[in-house]
Ligand binder design. Structure first.
Ligand code: PSV
Ligand code: MN
Ligand code: MN
Length: 427
């Protein structure tokens, strides 16, 4: 199912008057505060968030799964779904693949479809956290950290295969997340496991083309419950520093213990030029993979403020970093959930863009925490939804993507086309 320009216009038409009134009022307010409205709109329109190919179906938990039907059953269908999201918001023009869940066998055909849908390929992700049916050796006791060098060799080779697929699709980023870890004290030698992981990563790094980047995630626990080989940003940072300039630390928002100050981690990684980018989601307890911005929107804004400020200082464009959603949808329609996540990400970015930075810096210099808080919260508490709607309107997208999706009865049509009992590969 493709969404046409006419359908978008039909959705926008009845809302235009209300939108214009809200936008005019907000625009005036922003201009009075000295915000460069044209440049803010431009930056928002440029910003694109990649959608993972594994988050388009109804996910589950280890207790159960309640699919709602109409899930995409192959890579082409997944791309069509992302193309549809992109038509609705013009902000999700990239797709990230997890291999072997999605194997782009016919790269030329897949690339042509991507061009047709105005999508580009973001990072490719390897998978050594599951055993595949045709696999020779098991990852039960780890992959890159394994005591058996043949298991490590197999895992390195898999990563390099993923790099080859990525290169054929035109991306130059490999994302690595390892489930390697231990469930019990004493199960493995911690220094040995870390050293073997480093050596395996060095083999992957050495085998990548010269322009390829390696993004390395960290995660404190799950599925390993006692120790994870790369539990935190410090360990990832240590490893990427040893690997070389093209290795960076990837921050998945859900991969922190409760109350971790993620914005501070982001700030340090950025200062050290080791921030790869993000896997966006939200969480209450652990790696909950909930809709971005649904639990801690203020934290998301604070992270974006560090990003906006840090990238400005370095005079680097935001596009230099990787922006991707990594979520799972047990209850909601996955496509609606993704639209909500993209919207929350853009809202946090917009809020960060309108912060009175000179005012904040002055408060910081003068050790005035009250005015510093005012500067941040003034931006956070401004309702910028009409700004995002205006950016979408200028891009030919829907004023309200979720409502447009509902009006067009997308899920009903997908179920009619693909069936009730569909389960997509992925989380
Ligand atoms: C692991 O929790 C993770 O966040 C990693 O990014 C994986 O690649 C992804 O989920 C999918 O399993
Ligand atoms: Mn992730
Ligand atoms: Mn995760």
């Amino acid at each position: 199912m493709q969404i046409t320009k006419e359908q978008l216009q039909q959705h926008n038409e009845p809302q235009l008057k209300k939108h214009q009134a809200q936008w005019t009022a907000l625009r005036q307010q922003l201009e009075e505060r000295g915000v460069d409205v044209a440049s803010t709109l431009q930056q928002l329109r440029q910003f694109q968030v990649a959608i993972p190919s594994w988050a388009l179906g109804t996910g589950g938990t280890r207790f159960g799964r309640f699919p709602i039907g109409g899930a995409p059953l192959n890579l082409e269908e997944k791309m069509m779904d992302i193309g549809m999201l992109h038509a609705l918001n013009r902000s999700s023009g990239a797709i990230s693949l997890h291999i072997p869940w999605d194997i782009p066998d016919n790269a030329a055909h897949i690339r042509a479809l991507a061009t047709e849908l105005d999508l580009r390929f973001d990072a490719v992700n390897s998978n050594t956290f599951q055993d595949q049916p045709d696999q020779q050796r098991s990852y039960r006791f780890g992959s890159l950290c394994h005591t058996d060098k043949e298991v490590r060799r197999q895992a390195v080779e898999h990563n390099l295969e993923v790099v080859r697929y990525g290169a054929e699709l035109g991306t130059n980023v490999l994302s690595v997340w390892l489930s390697d870890g231990s469930n019990f004290p004493g199960q493995y030698h911690m220094q040995g496991a870390l050293q073997r992981t480093l050596e395996s990563l060095q083999s992957i790094y050495a085998g990548m083309p010269d322009d390829f980047l390696l993004f390395l995630e960290y995660k404190p626990f799950e599925p390993a419950f006692y120790a994870t080989v790369i539990p935190d940003w410090g360990t990832s940072f240590l490893l990427v520093n040893k690997l070389g300039d093209r290795a960076r630390t990837l921050v998945d928002l859900g991969h922190h213990l409760p109350n971790t100050n993620i914005e501070q981690i982001v700030s340090t990684l950025l200062a050290e030029d080791r921030l790869a980018g993000f896997h966006f989601n939200d969480s209450k307890f652990a790696d909950d993979d909930l809709t971005t911005g649904s639990i801690k929107p203020y934290q998301l804004f604070l992270i974006f403020y560090e990003l906006v400020d840090g990238m400005r200082r370095k005079q680097r464009p935001m596009q230099d970093l990787g922006w991707m959603i990594d979520a799972s949808h047990n209850i909601k329609d996955p496509l609606e959930d993704l639209l909500q996540s993209v919207d929350a990400i853009l809202l946090a970015y917009a809020q960060a863009l309108i912060v009175d930075t000179p005012g904040l810096q002055q408060a910081q210099e003068e050790n005035d925490p009250v005015l510093a808080q005012e500067a941040l919260q003034d931006a956070f508490r401004t309702d910028l939804r009409p700004l995002l709607a205006e950016a979408r309107l200028q891009d030919g997208a829907a004023l309200s993507p979720i409502h447009c999706y509902r009006e067009l009865q997308v899920r009903k049509n997908l179920i009619a086309a693909r069936g009730e009992k569909t389960i997509a590969t992925g989380l």
